[in-house]
Design a protein around this ligand. Structure first.
Ligand code: GLN
Length: 499
């Protein structure tokens, strides 16, 4: 029966969500467990002087930034190969296997195998991450107003995985009874669960994610697929060298963006349909704005983590809690709770024909971002004479920034799938994540500008430095939001019939 699943039968589902969305939700949840688990232990492992890589804190941070940038930059390449040769399903399976191998290698011998394992994680994530999101988009008919809500639910899955992965891998890695090998091993095991889940449910996706070369004779198709796999193997030493030496990250980031833009322009001009071309340019505008968004938002892994460590009291409402835990978990928890709720709100508004369009949602995302950074700034007025300030206000700021994220990030995934022609949908999703790579990269630069050059500066001086920085970010976020809202008519024109 499963053989006869057609696109129409998938897309004409009843109710709020298609059943395939739940499968993709689970698969992505496990993948994000693996990814965020690895990410959570990365810096501490590299800076561990005994059982880790014995890097200095500064080098560990630099390398962390480099690895993050690479991971998201490779989604662009993974997206292109999915569009041209593999299709989403095969890309996902290949990416998943490579991620598993990467984590198993590190688990086997963390100190010796780390760089090789991380290289595989970078390649694997590149093939996996953009393509699963593209498949979510394929579950919907053009113009189906349930799509944003679907991505909202999917986004909750992302964050459940992120939260569990971060917590469990950090616990295992730092516990005396376990150690680093167990962190990476657990990441590999959940990725295996994710891959098995996908293998067992992929038939329900019918033709979604099949190879674009399905019409080609099998030997020809196989030859091209094998070429992609071999090409990926050949790129291993190159990536390996680039992450070992962080200077190369700068060169890489200077080149991959311009190359991606040139390739985007090339593909856009190849597009015969003028309306489709305009849609691609609209997608490009959203991608550019998302770089700014992530550059601010990703302070969470940098300057906000240091701010939490140095300048916050340990009381949240009536509990005592380490502010670092809030910094690492509040955002995911708020996403898990509020993302489906916001999704339902979009659905309810759509039913009443009141749903705001994507540009307005993006604009709102920036306004929330501005309000959140203003709130981070405002913590300074609650500081005591030692320079310690309120964890409650800090947590409130996280709630506000999460609303910003929910107006922009799942909506961004959704709009990429609405604005891209089928033949370029992987590439465009990859570009969306490439913007995250640039956001991460810029976040590091912004955070470094905010931290006090003097490590022994008083807490009050540090507080001053950070909060002034957050004030500036609030202003720039506000300006970006206003620019988007002012340009709404223009962007809407580019978007044509897409909302
Ligand atoms: N947190 C989201 C995820 O992991 C968004 C990441 C991003 O685009 N920077 O998918």
């Amino acid at each position: 029966m499963e053989q006869n699943i057609t696109l129409d039968s998938i897309r004409n589902f009843e109710g709020k969500y298609p059943k395939q969305l739940w499968y993709l939700f689970l698969v992505e949840m496990w993948e994000r467990f693996c990814f965020y688990g690895m990410r959570g232990v990365l810096t501490i492992f590299m800076a561990d002087q005994v059982l880790g890589l014995s890097l200095s804190d500064k080098d560990a941070n630099l390398k962390y930034g480099a690895i993050q940038a690479f991971v998201y930059a490779f989604t662009f390449i993974g997206g292109i190969f999915a569009d041209k040769i593999l299709g989403f399903k095969k890309s996902l399976v290949f990416g998943g296997i490579v991620m598993i191998l990467g984590n198993l290698l590190i688990a086997f011998s963390p100190q010796e195998m780390f760089y090789l394992g991380i290289t595989l994680s970078i390649i694997g994530t590149g093939f996996f991450k953009p393509n699963i999101s593209s498949m979510v988009g394929e579950l919907y008919n053009e113009g189906d107003s349930r799509r944003d809500a679907g991505f909202g639910l999917f986004y909750s899955g992302i964050n459940i995985g992120a939260l569990l992965g971060g917590a469990i891998c950090v616990y295992l890695g730092t516990s005396k009874d376990f150690g680093w090998s167990y962190s990476f091993l657990s990441a590999a095991i959940v990725m295996i669960i994710g891959l098995i889940t996908f293998m067992l449910t992929k038939k329900s996706l019918g033709p979604i994610g099949d190879s674009p070369l399905i019409e080609l004779p099998k030997p020809k198709r196989n030859a091209r697929e094998i070429a992609v796999y071999i090409g990926s193997l050949i790129s291993i030493p190159l990536i390996f060298i680039m992450i070992k030496n962080t200077d190369y990250t700068d060169y890489f980031m200077y080149t991959i963006g311009p190359l991606a833009i040139l390739y985007f322009l090339y593909e856009t001009f190849l597009e015969k349909d003028f309306k489709a071309q305009k849609k691609l340019f609209a997608a490009f505008v959203f991608i550019i704005f998302s770089i700014i968004f992530w550059a601010f938002f990703e302070q969470s892994g940098g300057s906000l983590a240091l701010f939490a460590q140095d300048n916050l009291l340990h009381n949240l409402l009536f509990f005592e809690i380490n502010p670092n835990i809030i910094n690492n978990t509040a955002n995911s928890l708020f996403v898990i709770v509020f993302s489906p709720i916001l999704g339902l709100l979009w659905l309810a508004l759509a039913k009443r024909k009141l749903e705001s369009n994507t540009v307005i949602k993006f604009g709102l995302g920036f306004l929330f971002l501005a309000a959140a950074f203003y709130t981070f700034y405002y913590t300074k007025f609650f500081a005591n004479s030692e320079g310690l300030t309120s964890l409650n206000i800090f947590t409130l700021a996280y709630l506000i920034i999460t609303f910003g994220e929910l107006c922009l990030s799942p909506i961004g995934l959704s709009i990429m799938t609405k604005l891209s022609p089928k033949r370029l949908s992987g590439m465009m999703m990859g570009m969306w994540f490439l913007a995250s790579a640039y956001g991460q990269y810029a976040a590091g630069l912004l955070g470094a500008g905010m931290s006090s050059p003097d490590e022994n500066a008083s807490l009050t001086t540090k507080l001053q430095g950070y909060t002034e920085g957050y004030y500036q970010l609030a202003v720039y976020a506000l300006i970006s939001g206003l620019i988007l809202i002012i340009f709404t008519p223009l962007i809407k024109k580019l978007m044509g019939d897409v909302k």
